[in-house]
Ligand binder design. Structure first.
Ligand SMILES: Cc1cc2nc3c(=O)[nH]c(=O)nc-3n(C[C@H](O)[C@H](O)[C@H](O)COP(=O)(O)OP(=O)(O)OC[C@H]3O[C@@H](n4cnc5c(N)ncnc54)[C@H](O)[C@@H]3O)c2cc1C
Length: 290
């Protein structure tokens, strides 16, 4: 483990341009809510020499919708997201509402959850099924990376040390979505298994689907074969049962202190069924997809 720097410099840029300039310095590290960063630094896993606070820049805060879709600033807190009612974002909002406790969510941000890239991060399966895109900025320019291509391993992703996540972009909402996780305690526990789904219907037929699983592989994962098993069906119980097979085949859970592999697979089966039924009910209560 890296040695913890005895001292660090704290910066509070007020514009994206100033933030990018600060992040270009060697040893710079973005600070959002600090709910991951502070414990990681205390454990010696991070040793930043410059902490660059991202929370005081207007472009990094708030939720903005237009005809093309929705943009969420990276430093928007999970408490702010959890308080919203927005059926186009349900799977992410469900995740935001269960992170830590109320105090954690007042500090923690969507961008921090994504950049931490934990396999058990509670907003990440929702980001996957909603086809979210990360907007990354650095002194070298701007790039957009689909969240499905973002994660490279447990706690790892495609970002370079000088890059900043400015926002998360969502295409215009299609269908209904949901996220649920299994934990032993109701609050202040990490997901043993997490599942998100999105379903869109035309009349009674499913025309679009996405299923993502968390805490059962090195990264949160989409399961395209589960989506294929649902499209063209009514998403009845028989179709849901068929979708479970690729979900269970894709999962690669480990034995750890929070559950054995066998237990996680048992939970994954029932949780996936429940989440698909909830997404189906939500999709049917929304206007049809076009
Ligand atoms: C008590 C407790 C309970 C928790 N429970 C849960 C839980 O149930 N579920 C869950 O998913 N997580 C949980 N967490 C982890 C944590 O709260 C979340 O991952 C949270 O979303 C992190 O957001 P943050 O704003 O605090 O990130 P920070 O700690 O500020 O940052 C996390 C990482 O992301 C980087 N970063 C942050 N923002 C940006 C940006 N805009 N651009 C570039 N890099 C950036 C930082 O440099 C750092 O490496 C818990 C943490 C605590 C302390």
């Amino acid at each position: 483990m890296a040695a913890v720097a005895a001292e660090f410099e704290y910066r509070r840029p007020g514009t994206v341009a100033a933030l990018i300039a600060d992040m270009a310095e060697p040893g710079a590290c973005a600070l959002a809510g600090g709910t991951d960063l502070v414990p990681l630094r205390a454990a010696g896993a991070l040793a930043p020499s410059v902490l660059v606070d991202v929370k005081h820049i207007a472009e990094l805060r708030g939720v903005h919708a237009n005809n093309d879709g929705i943009r969420i600033g990276a430093a928007t807190t999970l408490a702010d997201l959890g308080a919203r009612v927005d059926p186009a974002l349900d799977a992410v909002l469900d995740g935001a509402r269960v992170v830590g406790g109320a105090q954690t969510r007042e500090r923690a941000t969507l961008g921090g959850n994504l950049c931490r890239s934990s396999p058990a991060g509670d907003t990440l399966c929702g980001l996957l099924v909603l086809d979210a895109v990360a907007e990354l900025h650095s002194a070298r320019g701007t790039r957009e990376v689909a969240v499905r291509d973002f994660f490279t391993g447990p706690g790892r992703n495609v970002m370079t040390p000088d890059e900043i996540l400015v926002s998360v972009l969502f295409p215009a909402g299609r269908g209904g979505s949901a996220y649920r996780r299994f934990t032993y305690r109701r609050w202040m526990d990490l997901a043993v298994v997490g599942v998100a789904a999105r379903l869109a219907f035309s009349e009674d037929t499913c025309v679009d689907a996405a299923v993502a699983i968390g805490a059962v592989a090195p990264t949160p994962l989409l399961v395209p074969d589960a989506a294929s098993a649902l499209v063209g069906t009514a998403c009845d119980d028989a179709a849901i049962a068929r979708a479970l097979e690729p979900v269970l085949a894709t999962a690669a859970p480990i034995d750890d202190v929070r559950g054995t592999r066998a237990h996680r697979l048992r939970v994954l089966r029932s949780l996936t069924s429940d989440v698909l039924r909830l997404a189906r009910a939500r999709a049917r209560s929304r206007p049809p997809a076009h």
